[in-house]
Design a protein around this ligand. Sequence first.
Ligand SMILES: *Cc1c(COP(=O)(O)O)cnc(C)c1O
Length: 230
Amino acid sequence: MTVAENFKKVNETIQMACEKSGRRREDVSVIAVTKYVSDERVREAVESGLFNLAENRKEGLLEKQRAIQDHRITWHLIGTLQTRKVKDVVDRIDYFHALDRLKLAEEINKRKETGQLKCFIEMNISGEETKHGIKEDELNEFIDKLEEFEHIRIVGLMTMAPNTEDRALIREVFRRLRYCRDKIRDRNLDYAPCTELSMGMSHDYPIAVEEGATFVRIGTALVGNELKGS
Ligand SMILES: *Cc1c(COP(=O)(O)O)cnc(C)c1O
């Protein structure tokens, strides 16, 4: 399948999910996750009108940026970042989706030269031990501590649903992320407007859109997975 064909299908699915939940299509941005594909496939994505691109690792992001230089692209780093690598990417990305600890915030703040990095706080809603992220009951305190970092702007919350076929459980995780987002948003903090929800991947983005996602992060269903031959 071409990226354009996949994108058409993803768009139709998002449109349906929006209708089902009374949302507007323009309130949902599609991020193409390119970690499993070649530079050529990424170029195809850009030509198909996908201008939000994401990688989950710093190295992958820098490689793709070197290969694909196009001012229309908004770059997202969606995976966790080691503190010592912050300096290599902090001025090269538009959004960071995996702020999950104070030390990382400190380093981003120290290294960011001008302006503010738009960050999502990664939440561990499902409570799985293997997952990164802030727990629900730690969120308020974490947000409070971010106030001193002038180069960080908390635009929203991000989560990964558990890898399960249990659709009801996935939905519950997304609902709880939205509930957390609403609570922070309603605090009306200048440094943390927290209006966005980064949730939904290839196998669960329709549910995420129904539950309020404003950014979906889609790899396999959009650009494919060349490691798995799809
Ligand atoms: C890889 C990845 C995705 C996309 O995964 P697919 O299942 O291929 O859509 C989304 N979010 C994060 C954080 C990822 O690492």
